[in-house]
Design a protein around this ligand. Structure first.
Ligand code: AMP
Ligand code: ZN
Length: 102
């Protein structure tokens, strides 16, 4: 989607360091971290939120990626969070899973 921050990051139109990527998703450090380590795992396909997911194997792939990212970043204790919908705090309307570790 052309005016989506995360799609622009994936296309290299907004500078950001991609710390992990595979066929399904990529990960970046959150620009406004709410924990010592705050990583966003983002599907490469533009899907607005969890409410729009049709094939839930994607979510499984994203959690597989989380395990790899955590290993890469030496994270063992962490929380994951998915905000869905603006009233639940979703600011970027492109599905993402937060990894939060202190
Ligand atoms: P959410 O509130 O669940 O939609 O989370 C969106 C997250 O994206 C927030 O924690 C923001 O700090 C983060 N964010 C917004 N723009 C960027 C960016 N350009 N690079 C990295 N993280 C971003
Ligand atoms: Zn997008």
């Amino acid at each position: 989607m052309s005016d989506c921050i995360f799609c622009k990051i994936l296309k290299g139109e907004i500078p950001s360091k991609i710390i992990y990527q595979d066929d399904y998703c990529f990960a970046i450090n959150d620009i406004n971290p709410k924990a010592k380590k705050h990583i966003l795992v983002i599907p490469k396909e533009h899907i607005e939120s969890l409410n729009e997911v049709k094939d839930f194997s994607l979510i499984s792939k994203m959690f597989e990626a989380i395990k790899k990212i955590n290993s890469q970043e030496n994270i063992t204790h962490f929380r994951t969070q998915i905000n869905t919908g603006s009233q639940a705090g979703q600011e970027v309307m492109h599905l993402h899973i937060h990894i939060l570790a202190n």
